[in-house]
Design a binder for this molecule. Structure first.
Ligand SMILES: Cc1cc2nc3c(=O)[nH]c(=O)nc-3n(C[C@H](O)[C@H](O)[C@H](O)COP(=O)(O)OP(=O)(O)OC[C@H]3O[C@@H](n4cnc5c(N)ncnc54)[C@H](O)[C@@H]3O)c2cc1C
Length: 494
């Protein structure tokens, strides 16, 4: 048996980001191998929240329903003083998010990863290689050769591109000599996950208790689970705070004895880090390998899944010869400011919560309560900014925005009806007249009728005759069909 495997894209690390990327690449018709050092899915819950945009990416790989089957929609996220007054409130209970899925979803990460792996097994059977640990890599101008320790002995993979999705302590990042920028946040927190027996005795919303004596987070999680996070105080050790008696004392004010059973307790250091470059030739980074955020905005995994969605269609287009390799440079250009906006939001939340000096906490409370009483805006929203500066027809209305997914009256969804790939949408557009690889959607076509009113309204709002939507469902630009077709071809470098 040959000890060398060939593929188009080698994904190192099969956490949620690597598996999503591999499944999206398989959908692009790319041959992919996902090499994972662990034998099984990491069993402990980490991420608790994903937003609607992530569910839409999972929809693209056929995993939305299985993921949501074990999730809980969440409406409110409140920051409270020690006395219970509201400092900040984020409400995502709006009837319908832009993608039609619940805006905020509380999850159990291992269950999500199982659903993602099932989707990958359907689209690319045999692509996942468990127990494969990366030992070394040689990157050349035309490809990458990587060596792995596997249960069958050492194996070599030759790939045209390698994407490091190997998490916070990324071997790919280290072997590529890529440094991390430290955004200076480093707080140790105790994370307690519980199995719920009596949901009626638990809060029905996510909470940050801004109590200087012990900043505390209370998180809904997926069905049947609940989490608390407690900031560690100076002098406390991980061993001490993980003691059952210590944990029982921490949970006492919540009065949940008998309502929950402890599943696990772990100490995490919450960091904010961004890799200085996300692409070195044929090697790219995605997910926690490229950036890490404190969890206060619930966006670490979400950011990694957005990386996967951004990168997959670009790699697919380059590998098919439909785009120049320079398209890959737009990956970091587009994704890094977006990630930094969410890290800034998490840092704002973290710096609000992690105040342990009583005077500073009292000053914070007074300032934020006064701001709230005056009716001023209560901080930024939870949505991300528009993309800028990459593969976009900049300056046209809507360019870089997330494009909505209307749902029809019978539950039909635009993405399935219109299919994968880029779309050029307008009324009276010639279905045979689009640029190569772009589906032209004429709003007068019968199969688009369930969505025609919503899509027409979007075009009217943007004063546009037509819109070109990228395969990752971000708007390339708006304008006349002919101008869009020419600009898209130019943007792909063809
Ligand atoms: C307490 C906590 C709460 C969080 N809450 C949220 C939240 O609410 N919402 C959210 O979006 N995110 C949240 N996150 C962040 C989220 O869990 C991570 O961002 C996410 O797991 C990153 O996914 P990933 O696939 O990039 O990396 P990982 O999940 O770390 O996966 C990397 C994979 O690479 C493998 N690997 C590593 N080295 C090698 C190697 N040399 N060879 C082969 N394989 C290798 C690992 O075994 C692992 O399976 C939270 C994190 C924590 C700790």
């Amino acid at each position: 048996m040959s000890h060398t495997v060939d593929c188009d894209v080698l994904v190192v690390g099969a956490g949620p980001v690597g598996v999503t990327l591999a499944a999206l690449l398989a959908g692009e018709g790319v041959s992919v191998l996902a090499a994972e050092q662990a034998a099984e899915i990491y069993p402990l819950p980490r991420a608790a929240h994903i937003d609607h945009e992530i569910v839409r990416v999972f929809q693209a790989i056929g995993a939305a329903e299985p993921v949501l089957a074990a999730a809980k929609a969440a409406g409110r996220y409140d920051f409270l003083t020690a006395a219970g007054e509201t400092l900040l409130s984020f409400d995502s209970t709006q009837a319908r998010s832009p993608s039609g899925w619940p805006a905020s979803n509380m999850i159990h990460q291992p269950s999500v990863e199982a659903a993602l792996r099932a989707a990958l097994a359907r689209s690319a059977p045999g692509a996942l290689r468990s127990g494969w640990a990366l030992l070394g890599l040689d990157a050349a101008a035309d490809g990458v050769v990587a060596r792995f320790a596997t249960p069958e002995g050492e194996r070599t993979v030759r790939a045209r591109y390698l994407v490091g999705c190997d998490g916070a302590r990324s071997t790919v990042r280290d072997l590529s000599g890529i440094a991390l920028e430290d955004l200076k946040f480093d707080e140790p927190w105790l994370v307690i996950d519980t199995i719920v027996h009596d949901p009626a005795r638990l809060p029905d919303r996510n909470l940050q208790i801004c109590d200087p004596r012990r900043p505390t987070t209370c998180v809904l999680m997926g069905a049947g689970r609940h989490r608390w996070e407690f900031m560690m105080l100076p002098g406390e050790t991980p061993e001490q705070v993980s003691e059952p008696a210590f944990i029982a004392e921490l949970l006492k004010p919540w009065d949940v004895e008998g309502a929950v059973t402890l599943e696990r307790a772990a100490v995490y250091r919450f960091h904010a880090l961004v890799a200085q470059t996300w692409r070195r030739g044929r090697v790219l980074l995605a997910g926690d390998a490229a950036h890490q955020t404190p969890p206060f905005a619930g966006q670490g995994l979400c950011a990694g899944v957005r990386d996967a969605a951004n990168l997959a269609w670009k790699l697919g287009a380059v590998l098919r010869g439909a785009a120049a390799e320079s398209l890959l440079d737009t990956y970091q250009t587009e994704r890094e400011p977006h990630v930094r906006a969410f890290i800034d939001l998490a840092l704002m939340m973290g710096r609000t919560v992690c105040i342990t000096d009583p005077d500073a906490a009292a000053a914070r409370d007074a300032a934020m309560l006064a701001q709230r009483a005056s009716g001023q805006a209560q901080g930024p929203g939870l949505g991300g900014p528009a993309l800028a500066g990459g593969c976009l027809l900049e300056g046209t209305p809507g360019a870089g925005e997330f494009f909505p997914q209307p749902w029809g009256p019978g539950g039909e969804r635009l993405d399935e009806t219109a299919g994968p790939g880029a779309w050029l949408i307008g009324r009276g557009v010639d279905p045979a007249g689009g640029p190569p690889g772009v589906a032209v959607l004429d709003l007068d076509q019968p199969h688009l009728q369930p969505f025609a009113a919503d899509l027409s309204r979007w075009l009217e709002r943007h004063g546009a005759a037509a819109v070109l939507v990228r395969p990752d469902r971000y708007v390339f630009g708006t304008g006349s069909p002919a101008d869009l077709a020419a600009a898209w071809t130019a943007a792909l470098g063809r």
